[in-house]
Write a protein that binds this ligand. Structure first.
Ligand SMILES: *Cc1c(COP(=O)(O)O)cnc(C)c1O
Length: 379
């Protein structure tokens, strides 16, 4: 399929290519000074005290729960309207994911009230997900979590550069997790970052990322150490220098690309305002969004598959964010049938369609998509 307008696209040029070539010439391929620089600059960018680059965001989420000592018998409140990794990370630890509903069909992030409704004596943490780059209601969620002594892990896969009341996504809770997968705002193919302000967690995050070892190959190479101890059951969740180099090049472009995404989103809102048949969520959202996605919610009864096909016939790629996690067959088998559990999430899962949005688009592309959507709904 040759798309006229793709859902997402990479902003790659000679800067990424040169950065990779420099790493290859340096002959140091993993966890070296490029990674350290990437971690330092990323920490500055989001205003976090500590940042550790990891293999991907799924690893970041698992590490976050592991250093919080979450395990069997514990419950972690999660959104169901998210990528499956958000809940899988909980299952990896042996804990139980408990699904909470979204705030509304206009605000697709977790409802603070529904989080609180699910807190009980087994609840150890909540994973919030800043859907599409739009921040969750963090002021209320932090207050609820503090009151119940529940940790907050942020799945900020959509949200590098998202801000609310002067604070960046990933730094509201105890630990923030970012993804650099190919289709994200900052893309390295595979890759992720875990950030925290908590000094008591930072050493464990560092060590657990690399087999629970007290020293790294880098330190030994530089004569800082010649042996090591293993002090924890860690993982190999390391990133390599090539991806960190891509990450640095992409980080340089992030702010500007997020501005572009916001402009394109504003243009979608302008063109689609008042058009019958659907609504664009987050119209009155406070704060600054990284505008990772452009979701629309079709009216009840609109044939979503037909809309998808009509847009596809125009060369326009769309997607769904998300099929609810609790309705996947594995989750049904593992946790039991939970139909009706989170009704707003289920409605969004049936009625959402994601329009193309990436910084390589221009206003004409947005107009093309908006026109195609309007005629698809009239057909
Ligand atoms: C992409 C994504 C992930 C997983 O990220 P990986 O880096 O691919 O492991 C997790 N959560 C959300 C919401 C995502 O969009």
């Amino acid at each position: 399929m040759k798309w006229r307008i793709t859902l997402a696209d990479l902003d790659y040029d000679d800067r990424e290519i040169d950065a990779v070539v420099d790493v290859l010439r340096s002959k140091w391929l993993t966890m070296g000074k490029v990674t350290q620089r990437f971690e330092g600059q990323f920490a500055d960018c989001v205003g976090a005290k500590h940042a550790f680059a990891v293999a991907n965001c799924t690893a970041a989420l698992h590490l976050a729960l592991a250093v919080l000592d979450i395990g069997p018998g514990d419950e972690v409140i999660v959104p169901s309207l998210s990528f499956v990794a958000t809940a899988n990370a909980v299952l990896y630890t042996g804990a139980t994911p408990v699904f909470a509903d979204i705030a509304s069909l206009d605000d697709l992030t977790l409802s603070p009230g529904d989080i609180e409704r699910h807190v009980n004596e087994h609840t150890r943490a909540v994973i919030v997900m800043h859907y599409g780059g739009y921040s969750c209601a963090m002021e209320e969620i932090v207050e609820i979590a503090r009151r119940h002594n529940v940790a907050i892990v942020e799945d900020a896969a959509h949200a590098p550069g998202t801000a609310l009341a002067g604070k960046m996504a990933g730094t509201f809770g105890d630990i923030g997790c970012f993804s650099f997968f190919s289709n994200k705002n900052l893309a390295t193919g595979e890759g992720g970052m875990v950030v925290t302000d908590r000094d008591d967690l930072s050493d464990r995050l560092r060590i657990m990322r690399s087999h629970g070892m007290t020293t790294l190959t880098w330190d030994r190479h530089h004569g800082h150490a010649h042996s090591y101890d293993v002090v924890d059951l860690g993982y190999n969740y390391r990133i390599d220098e090539i991806r960190s180099a891509l990450g640095l090049a992409q980080l340089d472009k992030l702010a500007q690309n997020n501005v572009r995404r916001r402009e394109l989103t504003a243009e979608y809102r302008r063109l689609l305002a008042g058009v019958p048949g659907f609504a664009m969520p987050f119209g009155k959202h406070p704060g600054t969004s990284a505008c990772h996605l452009a979701p629309v919610i079709l009216d009840e009864g609109v044939d979503r598959h037909a809309v998808f096909e009509r847009l596809r016939d125009q060369g326009i790629q769309t997607s769904i964010h998300y099929p609810p996690i609790h309705q996947f067959s594995y989750y049904q088998r593992r946790l039991g049938s939970q139909r009706g559990l989170v009704p707003l999430t289920e409605a969004a899962g049936r009625r959402e369609i994601t329009l193309p949005l990436h910084p390589g688009m221009d206003v004409d592309d947005v107009t093309t998509v908006a026109d195609a959507l309007c005629s698809a709904l009239q057909a």
